[in-house]
Design a protein around this ligand. Structure first.
Ligand code: TEU
Length: 573
C-alpha cells in the first residue's frame, strides 16, 4: 500500500537531528556537554528547520560506553543535569514545534543497574533469569580457557562472556563486560521495559530510537559461530534478527504504543539487518517500528580486516545498495537516510574531501542523501561540515570500541601501531565525538573548561558562526534541503529511479510523483565532468536539464557539465 500526500505519516516529511549530549554544549565548565547546554542552543536547531531531536542516552550511567550502559532508566545522570532539566528541554522543544526521541537501550543494562546487581547476587536470585547466565562449557572449570559457553566475539573484541567468580557462572554481554544482555525470553524483563517506556511517553517524549533492537532475541541453544578473530567466533547469525524479535516488537507495540502511535516516531537501530527483515520491521500492517537504521552502506569501505582496515568506497557499490533499499521499501515500509552518527566517521572525511573541497563535498553528499526517499538524519556538526578528529597519537582516543580493538590487535599481533593509528584515524567512533564547533574561540565555544575529548583545531574556520554568516555554507545548504522536504511532496514521497548505475564518478537519480519529476545529479569527485543522461532525462531546447531547484555551487554553470563536487536538483519543465 503506497502512501499518498494525504495519508502519508508526518515523519515522511520530517528531518531528525541527533544530539550526542557529552559533545554538544557544556554549560557548567566541567568539559562534558549537558542538558542545559542543549537548551541554550535550541535556536540553532530551529534555524536549521529540523523536526525531531534524537537524544543519545542521558540516563544515570557509569559511562563505560558513554551512556549506552544504563544503571537507572528513569533518572538523568548528574553529569548531564536533572530530570527537571530534561522536562524543561521537552517543553522548550515542544514550544518550537519540535519532538524528542529518547535513545532506548534495552538489549543490555549496565552491570551497575540494580536489576543486574540482584541477578548477580546468586543463582537463587529472583532476577537470576533476567540476564543470560550459563555454567562453564562441557563441565570445564570456571575461568579455564575455552570454558566460555559460546565462542562468540564481542562487538568490543574478546569474549561475549564474563565469569562471575562467586557463582562460577558466566553472563552474556555482546558489547562490553559492563553491558550484560537482558534476557528478553523472560516476560518479567519485557514488562519492566514496557512500563519504563510508558513512563517516558507519559512524561512527554515523542518516541524512541531503539539501540540494537534486532539483537534482543537470541537462539536459545546458544550455538558457536565460525572463528573470526583469535579463538573467537562470529555469533551474529545466532542473535541478529533472532527467532522471536518480531513477536517481541509487536508485543511492545501493543503494550506501549497502541492508541498513540500516530503522534510518535519509533526507529530501530538494526546492525546486520537484511532488506527482507527490514520489510517486516517497518511494514505498517505489522505494527512493529516506523523505520530502521540499516548498515550496508557504512560497511562498504570495511576491508578484509574489518572496520579498522578500511578501503576506498566504490560509488557503484553505494548505488547498488541504496538502489536496492529504495526499491525494496518502495511499496511498503520506510527508509532511514544517514551518513553520520556517533558510531561512524564523519562523511566529509570518509566519502568526501575534507581538504580543498570540504564545503562543496559536504553539500554534495548531503544533497545526494536528502533527496532519497526516506527520513533523513543529521548528526550534530554534519550541518557545519565538521571533519574527522585528525588525532595523531593512539592515546588521544577514548572510545571503548577503539581501545579494545587496539588491545586485542596488539595481543594477537595482527597489526602494528602504525596500522592501528591509521585505522582509528579513518574509522574510530571518536571521529564523530569531538565537541561541536560553535565558534573560533579556544574551545570552539563548547566549554569554558577542558573538553573531555580534544576540540578539532580546524574549529577556527569550521564553526557555526562562520557557517551561519555565509549564505553558501554547508549549514544553509542543509537548511534548504530540509525546507525542500517540508514543501515538495516529490521529495518526500516521489518514486525513486537510479540512473547511470555503472558510473564511478556521477550519482544520478530521479524522483517522480503524479507527473511531476525531479532530477538529482551529483559529481562525487574532484574532477569536472560532462554528464549524458540519454533518454532517461533528455535535455531541453536550451541544452539543459530543466529548472534548477537547488544547487551546491553559485551560478548556473555549464548546462550538462558538473563542476568538482557539484550537485544539482532540477525540475523537469
Ligand atoms: O551501536 C551498535 C552497533 O552496531 C555499533 O556498535 C556498531 O556496530 C559499531 O559501533 C560500528 O563499528 C549501538 C550504539 O549506537 C553504540 O554507540 C553502542 O556502543 C552499542 O549499540 C552498544 O549499546
Amino acid at each position: 500500500m503506497r502512501w499518498t500526500v494525504e495519508d502519508a505519516p508526518w515523519w515522511t516529511r520530517a528531518v531528525v537531528y541527533q544530539i550526542y549530549p557529552r559533545s554538544f554544549q557544556d554549560s557548567d565548565g566541567d568539559g562534558v556537554g549537558d542538558l542545559r547546554g542543549i537548551i541554550s542552543r535550541l535556536d540553532h536547531l530551529a534555524a536549521l528547520g529540523i523536526d525531531v531531536v534524537w537524544l543519545s542516552p542521558i540516563y544515570r550511567s557509569p559511562q563505560d560506553d558513554n551512556g549506552y550502559d544504563i544503571s537507572d532508566y528513569q533518572d538523568v545522570d548528574p553529569s548531564f543535569g536533572t530530570l527537571a532539566d530534561l522536562d524543561e528541554l521537552i517543553a522548550a522543544l515542544h514550544e518550537r514545534g519540535m519532538k524528542l526521541l529518547m535513545d532506548l537501550v534495552v538489549n543490555h543494562t549496565s552491570d551497575e543497574h540494580p536489576w543486574f546487581l540482584e541477578s548477580r547476587s546468586g543463582p537463587d536470585s529472583p532476577k537470576r533469569d533476567w540476564y543470560w547466565w550459563r555454567p562453564p562449557r562441557d563441565g570445564m572449570a570456571p575461568g579455564q580457557p575455552g570454558a566460555e559457553p559460546t565462542n562468540w566475539h564481542s562487538f568490543f573484541s574478546g569474549s561475549t562472556w564474563e565469569l562471575d567468580e562467586a557463582s562460577g557462572e558466566y553472563y552474556l554481554h555482546l558489547f562490553s563486560r559492563k553491558q550484560p544482555d537482558l534476557n528478553w525470553e523472560n516476560p518479567e524483563v519485557r514488562q519492566a521495559v514496557y512500563a519504563m517506556m510508558r513512563w517516558w511517553l507519559d512524561r512527554g517524549v515523542d518516541g524512541f530510537r531503539m539501540d540494537v533492537i534486532n539483537l534482543i532475541s537470541k537462539d536459545t541453544a546458544l550455538p558457536d559461530g565460525p572463528v573470526v578473530a583469535g579463538v573467537w567466533g562470529d555469533g551474529s547469525p545466532h542473535y541478529t534478527d533472532g527467532p522471536r524479535v518480531h513477536e517481541f516488537l509487536q508485543e511492545m507495540h501493543r503494550e506501549v504504543f497502541a492508541g498513540r502511535a500516530a503522534q510518535l516516531l519509533t526507529v530501530g537501530e538494526t546492525p546486520g539487518v537484511t532488506l527482507d527483515e527490514a520489510l517486516k520491521y517497518t511494514d505498517p500492517e505489522r505494527a512493529e517500528v516506523d523505520m530502521v537504521f540499516q548498515f550496508e552502506h557504512v560497511g562498504l569501505d570495511h576491508g578484509p580486516g574489518g572496520k579498522f582496515d578500511p578501503r576506498p568506497l566504490r560509488l557503484t557499490d553505494l548505488k547498488a545498495t541504496f538502489g536496492r533499499w529504495q526499491a525494496g521499501l518502495a511499496e511498503r515500509g520506510w527508509n532511514s537516510l544517514y551518513w553520520d552518527n556517533h558510531d561512524q566517521p564523519r562523511v566529509v572525511s570518509r566519502f568526501g574531501d575534507d581538504g580543498r573541497y570540504r564545503r562543496e563535498s559536504a553539500k554534495a553528499l548531503a544533497t545526494l542523501l536528502h533527496l532519497h526517499r526516506g527520513t533523513p538524519y543529521v548528526y550534530q556538526g554534519e550541518e557545519l561540515g565538521m571533519t574527522n578528529a585528525r588525532f595523531t597519537r593512539l592515546d588521544q582516543y577514548r572510545d571503548i570500541e577503539s581501545l579494545r580493538h587496539v588491545a586485542q590487535a596488539r595481543a594477537l599481533g595482527t597489526a602494528t601501531d602504525e596500522q592501528l593509528l591509521a585505522g582509528l584515524a579513518a574509522m574510530s567512533r571518536d571521529n564523530a565525538r569531538t565537541p561541536v564547533q560553535w565558534d573560533d574561540s579556544p574551545q570552539a565555544g563548547f566549554t569554558t573548561g577542558t573538553p573531555w575529548l580534544a576540540v578539532n583545531p580546524n574549529h577556527t574556520e569550521v564553526n557555526a558562526v562562520a557557517e551561519r554568516a555565509d549564505p553558501e555554507s554547508v549549514f544553509h545548504h542543509h537548511r534548504r534541503l530540509i525546507g525542500l522536504r517540508h514543501t515538495d511532496p516529490v521529495v518526500a514521497l516521489g518514486d525513486f529511479t537510479m540512473l547511470l548505475p555503472e558510473d564511478e564518478q556521477v550519482y544520478a537519480f530521479t524522483r517522480t510523483l503524479d507527473g511531476d519529476a525531479l532530477l538529482v545529479v551529483v559529481n562525487v569527485s574532484g574532477e569536472e565532468r560532462a554528464v549524458d543522461l540519454g533518454d532517461a532525462w533528455p535535455t531541453g531546447p536550451d541544452g539543459g536539464w530543466g529548472d534548477l531547484v537547488l544547487g551546491t555551487h553559485a551560478g548556473a554553470g555549464e548546462p550538462t557539465t558538473l563542476r568538482p563536487w557539484e550537485a544539482r536538483v532540477v525540475r523537469r519543465r
